[in-house]
Ligand binder design. Sequence first.
Ligand SMILES: [Cu+2]
Length: 142
Amino acid sequence: MKISALPLLAALGVFGFAGAFVWAAVRPITPDAAEADGKMPTANVSEVISDGLLDMQVFVLDDLGVRLELRFAANSGAVSAARTSPDVNLAMLDMHMDGLDPTLEPTGPGAWRARFQLPMAGRWVISAGFAEDRAEVEFDAR
Ligand SMILES: [Cu+2]
């Protein structure tokens, strides 16, 4: 009995080993809340837009610095949107203050980052997306 169980255990071991690799390859790309510096985002939103899911994380840093992480997971078949870069703009909620369009740099397939400095503290709204197809999130910068 001991001897005949051995090949089975070996087979199970190989199967599990291969399974771990398959899982690593197919597991959904979830934006890691604890990115690089381990900070939680100040604000974040995941919005279903027409071609896929747009995920936006805003990290308010020291001295009104902001790091923005964008991820876009295109629906299968909607390949075109994943290739074009989204655009971003910011506005202050209580003031006529807008026209802040930070530059996005690609960080991987369907992922972009922007780092910029806000001109003043307060409540801001950030909007990102492809033309009219957008996600929005508000955040406080103090
Ligand atoms: Cu202002």
